[in-house]
Design a protein around this ligand. Structure first.
Ligand code: A1LUD
Ligand code: HCS
Ligand code: ZN
Length: 395
């Protein structure tokens, strides 16, 4: 079983053993960008609630995910498209920062979306940090310190949503949920790290074509400080997602090793053909790189059309015995100029995401959720298909 510890001791462990980062930035720093909501100024508050999720102190990252999966009944439900649900609630993401814009324009909406996904049955919340980068915030007029505060905010918002959800469940009040769930299930907060191409916001996140001037060191330098800040804010794990190329996977692995980060991470690739990852780099080679790192506790595929997923699971299984994570998109394609999702032409539509779920599980995926253009309804269907009995109490 997992051992529980207090927030203070967990934070102490993270600070003393995990990170080589700077001290927390002073919140008195003068802001140069548009005035931020006061809530942004509060220090990190990722309080463990005594659930499986936050209270672990374990000797090996792999044990964390193994014990989490055991607690979850052998398979776990990831949340769905955060940005998609932000848009459903009226957010305008036509901005270079995409969903990260909401960190200062409407942080409460992010919390609401996390709650929507908990209400739908998610065991894992992926934070709003996908396109949140210090460099991106600086381009938007923020200082580096403000950018780091915004990164911490991503973790705080997810942890706060989990705390609210668990309190609500333990009080037996389920008024904002369609269903009333038990709080017994484990819930983890995964810090999203989107690729370099997400920051560029030029479509290269789905091609991995960063040009010949972008080297391994460029990518490590780009991601390093952000990764440290996110980890220090106290998530349960790091979600390196929508990875388009082998070079970026290599950069992540080297950063995990050099930073002595002791929390688990997953590496999740995107694919456009069901064979290779988005850049055309070999999936097998990328999985092998991820498999070699002890801190990587799950490997998989996200933001990829559902029709490709089954074959990709089989290909991952050929190379790695680590838990397989999959959270496909709706099957549409992203237009980076219009910043809109458009129906794919040529291939059959992926309307029936739900009909694939049991097959993915049978093929070996033990963590299943949805990425862009999936919704709480998708996640509710995944939880039901995976037999999650906490969905049984109807309001
Ligand atoms: C996963 S994509 C839909 C994220 C948004 C993209 N990087 C953009 O800025 O347009
Ligand atoms: N996790 C991201 C999308 C990754 S492609 C989101 O915030 O919706
Ligand atoms: Zn996506």
């Amino acid at each position: 079983m997992l051992q529980f510890c207090s927030f203070e001791s967990l934070r102490g462990i993270l600070e003393s053993t995990a990170i080589n980062g700077r001290e927390e930035m002073s919140f008195a720093t003068g802001f140069v960008a548009a005035a931020l909501p006061l809530a942004l100024l509060s220090p990190s508050s990722c309080m463990p609630k005594g659930n499986v999720a936050m209270g672990f102190v374990t000797s090996h990252p792999a044990a964390v995910i193994r014990e989490f999966l055991e607690e979850a009944g052998g398979c776990a439900v990831i949340d769905g498209g955060l940005a998609t649900q932000l848009e459903t609630h009226g957010a305008d993401l036509n901005d270079p920062l995409w969903s990260a814009h909401c960190l200062f324009s409407s942080p409460d909406l992010i919390k609401k979306v996390h709650l929507d996904y908990l209400d739908a049955g998610a065991n894992i919340l992926i934070t709003a940090s996908y396109q949140a980068t210090i460099q991106g915030f600086e381009s938007g007029g923020f200082s580096a310190e403000q950018g780091e505060d915004l990164l911490r905010k991503c973790i705080d918002l997810a942890c706060e949503a989990r705390r609210i959800y668990e309190d609500r469940c333990s009080e037996g009040s389920c008024d904002s949920a369609e269903n009333c769930f038990s709080s017994k299930r484990p819930i983890l907060v995964a810090a999203s790290v989107g690729p370099y191409g997400a920051y560029l916001a030029d479509g290269s996140e789905y091609s991995g074509d960063y040009g010949k001037d972008v080297t391994l060191e460029t990518l490590k330098d780009f991601h390093r400080r952000r990764l440290h800040v996110l980890v220090k804010a106290g998530p349960d794990l790091v979600a390196f997602e929508t990875i388009p190329c082998k070079l970026e996977a290599q950069a992540y692995i080297e950063l995990l090793e050099e930073a002595n980060i002791e929390i688990p991470a997953w590496l999740s690739f995107s694919s456009k053909d069901g064979i290779n990852i988005a850049s055309g780099d070999s999936l097998a080679e990328c999985v092998s790189i991820a498999d070699s790192c002890k801190k990587v506790v799950a490997i998989g595929i996200n933001c990829t059309p559902p029709r490709y997923i089954h074959q990709l699971i089989l290909s991952i299984r050929d190379v790695s015995g680590k838990p397989i994570i999959i959270y496909p998109n709706s099957g549409e394609s992203y237009d980076p100029v219009e910043k809109k999702w458009v129906e794919s032409t040529g291939a059959a539509a992926d309307e029936d995401f739900i009909s694939y779920i049991a097959h993915w599980h049978e093929a070996g995926a033990s963590l299943i959720g949805g990425c862009c253009r999936t919704t709480p309804n998708t996640i509710r269907a995944i939880a039901r298909t995976l037999g999650k009995n906490y969905l049984s109490v109807q309001k």
